[in-house]
Design a protein around this ligand. Structure first.
Ligand code: CA
Length: 237
């Protein structure tokens, strides 16, 4: 028998809250709903959920403060529920420690996929073990051999290109912000030029990996936010 994962939903829009609750309950999650921030915070500390779905625009407080408070003591995955136009808000939420975001309006399968990814990354822990491999379609990345193959053919990447691809692949299914990527590749003292360098490198990577770089199959641009690599078909352990 499987132990149910508990999810706390903090969302003041009743219709969205109901939709999420119905969907998740039908998929065997235990759901607890809160319609404001105070209630949400008190539920989080009393139930220790496996995941939090968080609307940022709450009647009594800014959802961003909930992310910061929770991150003081816990790495519980947090998925932000965000309005379509608020790119800056998504970036801020990710950089404050949320794991992912989902944009309203969203469908059942997208919601479930985001939750599965966040739960798996959380339970999977750190990625250092034997022969960890990313694979999707024809693309395989062997992290211990630093080998990238497409259709069985080795793809030659520069150091930076490889670092970028492996960072995205090890976090596959999740969006990584531009700042997060730049910090990881070029360090905390990177300047604004790195944004441009990042784009140039991503363009080179796409030319090497994608059949049609304008309609990518592996690495997607989240406009104004960052990049997301297609979730690995094989779990990276
Ligand atoms: Ca709201």
């Amino acid at each position: 028998m499987n132990l149910k994962s508990t999810i706390i939903v903090i969302e003041d829009e009743k219709s969205i809250c109901n939709f999420i609750e119905t969907t998740l309950t039908a998929h065997n999650y235990k759901v607890i709903t809160a319609s404001n921030g105070q209630e949400g915070l008190s539920f989080i500390t009393s139930y220790f959920p496996d995941l939090i779905l968080l609307d940022l625009g709450l009647p009594d407080m800014d959802g961003m403060d909930i992310i910061k408070q929770v991150r003081n003591w816990s790495m519980i995955p947090i998925i932000v529920i965000s309005a379509r136009t608020q790119e800056q808000e998504k970036v801020l939420a990710l950089d404050s420690g949320s794991d992912d975001y989902i944009t309203k309006p969203f469908g059942t399968s997208e919601l479930l996929a985001r939750i599965r990814t966040a739960l798996r990354h959380h339970q999977g822990g750190v990625l250092v073990q034997n022969e960890p491999v990313y694979s999707y379609d024809d693309l395989i990345i062997n992290f211990s051999k630093r080998l990238v193959t497409l259709n069985g053919q080795e793809i030659h990447l520069t150091q930076i290109e490889y670092k970028l691809v492996s960072l995205l692949a090890q976090n596959s299914g999740r969006v990584l912000t531009y700042d997060y990527i730049i910090n990881h590749i070029w360090g905390p003292y990177a300047d604004n030029n790195n944004n441009q360098i990042l784009r140039v490198n991503m363009a080179h990577i796409r030319r090497k990996l994608e059949k049609n770089p304008a309609e990518p199959n592996y690495i997607f641009t989240e406009i104004g936010v960052g990049y997301r690599m297609r979730e690995s078909q094989q779990q990276i352990v």
